[in-house]
Structures are given as structure tokens and as C-alpha cells.
Design a protein around this ligand. Sequence first.
Ligand code: NCD
Length: 308
Amino acid sequence: MQQLSVQHLLGIKNITEEDIRLIFETADNFKEVINRPIKKVPSLRDITIANVFFENSTRTRLSFELAEKRLSADVINFSSSNSSVKKGETLLDTVNNILAMKVDMIVMRHSSPGAPHFLSRHIKANIVNAGDGTHEHPTQALLDAFSIRERLGDVGGKKVVIIGDILHSRVALSNIFALKKLGAEVMVCGPNTLLPRYITELGVKVELDVDKALKWCDVANVLRIQLERQQMKFFPSLREYSLYYGIDKARLQKVGKEIVVMHPGPINRGVELSSDVADAENAIILDQVENGVAVRMAVLYLLAGNKG
Ligand code: NCD
């Protein structure tokens, strides 16, 4: 059996193009499985997975849990809001206590960049990063690239613009790494204050004018403004942001060609995307969600076969 080059999925930065292709081929098979009347396979029977979430989540947590259940793994869920973390326990103690109950894999979301990387140096169980602060969100980038491949046949050679709050977005960073590894051309677009200073060092184009960015691209991945991560004001108001960077029908019609529209969710309708665009045929937002389960099944299945 082909194996991943890593024991943990901490980010896209430290995996190879071959890893990504292996995950996609495995996800193709699982996508077929989850569209059957019986959606379950016994691949991870006897494996126990803990979903450890220190930050809010709807899609990602449900998607991981479904992926685990469809692989027949045993699943436990932990969320910090009603746990002993509130009583002052450290991250390592919390996780070691979970592992003492014979857990094999940890899926973790945490507000601190690097938290899963830190854990990976101290524990033996496989770790999947489900989002670490503003840093990486590798399974989101994998499902995004998988969805582009599904819609356009290939990621290589495609022009993808990521629009919005690049500075605070882990989705943006993981997407940039994944898309570049797969040979896409990548542009970021947003107000100057929401673009990281050294972003061009990642080999991406920068465009401040969203109309020009839309003219250039085949795919627009539109991000939410991460207000919860902003300690200062980066733009005057959401209304003004929406006026300059919000994607609506009129803006797309001016481009004169069809663009694939993506969004990782949750959408703030009327801010970064208008409802008529979010619900249009060329928006693949719900395909992304569907593909998320297959891609996460692939990641968990491949990591379980790779104990290091
Ligand atoms: C994203 C996240 O949590 O980073 N959502 C997700 O996982 N689908 C993006 C966001 O919160 O805007």
C-alpha cells in the first residue's frame, strides 16, 4: 500500500505533492462509498479517534465525525467550553488524559498557531490539525483543491484568487501551499490592511482591485472577515468592505465569463458574498462540504496506516 510521507497532518507546508495526490485518489474511492445506500466501510474498526475542539466549529467537527463513523472508527468528542480546561488544566495534560483511555488518533482545533505541532512532539498518537489559530487548516485546503479538480478536471494551470481577510485566515495559507504544490497560479486580493506584509514571498500575485482579480481568475475562493481574531480596526465598516470587496451578481456579470465561486463557510451573507451568488450554479460551496467528508476519510485512513 502507498503511504503518506508524514505520521501527522499538521499542515500542507510539510507534505508533498505526492501526498496530496494520494489523498485525492483515496478520497475518490471514499466519495463513491458515501454515495452508496450503505455508506459505511470497516476500514478503521477498532481505531478510536478523539475530536478535541478548543474553538468553535460546525462544518469541520461534523465532517470529521461523519468521516470517522463512515470508516467504522469509535469516536469521542471533546469541546473545551464544558471541560476541565476551564479549571486550568494544560493542553498536554488534557490530551494525555484522553490518550490514557487508549485513543489512537487526535483531531484537534486550537486557537494557538502551532498547538498541534507542539503536541506531535510529545505524544505518539496520529494528530490531524483541524485549524490552529491563524496558521493552517490543511483538510480545508485539501477539500478545496479536490473540489476544483472535480469541477475543472485539474488544479494545475488554473488561476485561483483568494479574496478577503488573508491576514487572519488559516484557510488562505493552507490553500496557497496546496494550490502551489499542485501547479495552480495563485493570487490574493483584499484591502492592504488585510494582506500579510511578506505575502509575495509565498509566490503569489497580489491585487487590491477585486474587479481586476475576478477578470484574471478561473476560480474565486471568498473568505469571511475573521472579526473574532481582530484586536484593532482593519477597515472602516463591514458596509464599506462589502462595497469594495463583496462579490455580487452585478460584479460577476461585468467579468463576462463564468467563474467558479468557493467559500469555506460560515458565510456572512451580504458581506463577502451576496445570496444570489452564494446560491448560484457556479458556486460549489455545498460540493466543498460534501467532498470534505470523503477527503477527511482519506486522510484518517492513510494516517492510521502510518504509525511512524
Ligand atoms: C473556516 C475556519 O474555521 O477556519 N471554516 C471552516 O473550517 N469551514 C473559515 C472561517 O471560520 O471563516
